[in-house]
Design a protein around this ligand. Sequence first.
Ligand code: ZN
Length: 702
Amino acid sequence: MAYPRSSQPLFAGAGVSRQYVISIVKCYKGSRMSDAEKKRIQQLREEIRRHDWLYYVQASPEISDRRYDELMDELKALEAANPELITPDSPTQRVGGEPVGGFETVEHAEAMLSIDNTYNADELRAFDARIRKVLGQGVAFHYVVEPKIDGVAVSLLYEDGTLTLAATRGDGRRGDNITANTKAIRAIPLCLHGGGFPARLFVTGEIYWPRKEFDACNERRAAEGLEMFKNPRNGTAGTLKQLDPKVVAERRLDFRAYGFRAEPEWQVERVTQVVNKVKGFGIPVNEMTPCGGLDEVNAEIDRWSRRRAELDYEIDGVVIKVDEIAIREALGRTSRYPRWCIAYKYETERAETVLRSVDFQVGRLGTITPVAHFDPVALGGTTVSSASLHNFDQVERLDLRVGDTVMVEKAGEIIPQVVEVLRESRPGDAQPIAPPQTCPACGAKTSRDAGGVYLRCVNPECSAQIRERLRFFAGRDQMDIDTLGPAVIDQLVTRGLVKHFADIYALRKEEIAGLERMGEKSAENLLAAIEESKSRGPARLLAAMGIRHVGGRVAEVLIGHYEGIDALAAASQEELTEIDEVGPVIAATVCEFFASDAGRETIARLKNAGVKMSVEKRRQADEANLPLVGKTVVVTGTLEGFSRREAQDAIKMAGGKVASSVSKKTDFVVAGDNPGSKAKTARELGVETIDCQEFLKRIGRS
Ligand SMILES: [Zn+2]
């Protein structure tokens, strides 16, 4: 096989530490064992490549992520001590480069065509009939069926076995050169393995974001108060546009190849034979099933449709291709599509409508989001008439204009999206959408983010921001004041009764009772709910204040450390940085908040109102008797009778620790309805999975 097991045992054992590595390097230096160093560097590179191959091509890793990181650290240390030995194809060079300034356009050696779509069995039969008609009777051929992964198409060029160019599809003829970012994706080998590869090897495939990694990234972003990616495909596209390959590396994208060119000297007749060659070079290849005829193809379509929900990646259909290379050539292509392949798309909720207007909403941090309003359409059992456009890059990417006919899509539980503009239907008077120069709520001048994607209102007294901050403060995961709904908040802010979320604790009954659709009784209920919110505890209070980068998770970590807002406010930036999970950015923002007049005033006012600012310590003896002491628990899916937050609180109350992803350290996973990839990971790792009823038992509530 291409990657034999390493013949020599590694001299650094399984538990090698960074210090140990450094001492090894020093020892090398001292004795000038440069041959030994050279050999070890080679050995490590080979070993790391083999583990990449085991992980991505064979899907059977032999070592833990941690051990992998240790090998990488050792290699980095050795290379740092011997910079002259660094080669561009070393695994350390995946993120070797500095951030790039932009993407150069490159011409594809061969056009990257898109694939024609079908949506039902009749259309598929017509495709098959067309082929048979062109070929004439008696010509036998086979199909291959493969999943249509929902990611970003890319073409790779290996010259003399080394990856030299990676480009996006672009318009099919020209795309962006994304080589630096592609190198940061571990699944894509920097150099081919084995021998027998052609001088120039072209491969096309899909870069995609595995759900597990996508979810983990979104959880981190949520914890840091950053905007979440709406789906893996858009997230992948956004990631590949990053100027810094380090960001790409962190997000752990994956890759599967599906397009290959057969070299004449291979003397192969079918593409499935080429696949074996390419796999042997160390490139991960999409799963492909050979099929004799349409019946088998249809069975495959059903099989993938059933598997769809369990896959660790998103697919939107399958691709059906003719396997015989000579027949592919005979069929040729139309101006847009190859004639020898077709995509069978699974149903999504898609509809055409006309964009009537775009308005701009201001978020609690001042971010201005364009929102599309269109003629109402039925999608997934509901009527939809608006959708967020996320940011102005998106508007530009779609080249969206008011008056355009657009395609709106709703897939699964995802909120509706404007996915496409039907350019051929554009009326002559369609209006471009310009980013607003002033805030639509308060009229202050807007400014662009450093990154350039987001437009913001930076006026701290902006009424829209006050409203959004109060909504957030009262939200379910924060102070959870459920009777303080959007209609009431709107009125409180418009009437000037609330200029800051702390103002709600000073509201008087007659002020509330004076609001529209608010009687004496509801006013009392609202006041009682506001009163009750004072006891939510410092972690939720800290999160509710909406300090940038301080979401629920970070707030818990900080309060877990300081046990109260006052102690936290007194901490220095250096102290904060030393806490696990708190980086310099969070530390700086927290310090800045507590040092600012606005921050101090907020705290003083909340304290005066009697909002609980510190944790009451449980007696140690009581703590040790809690049912989940020492247990790490992961929750996935919808639990009956619990919000996600409530389930997490219940685990903590019972003395347990909540983790966001499943690992071998997880004691058990609580899986509710529609569990996601976490349940699958648990199965794979052999971690115990329990249902809601068993969960209640374990926290002593059954
Ligand atoms: Zn404003």
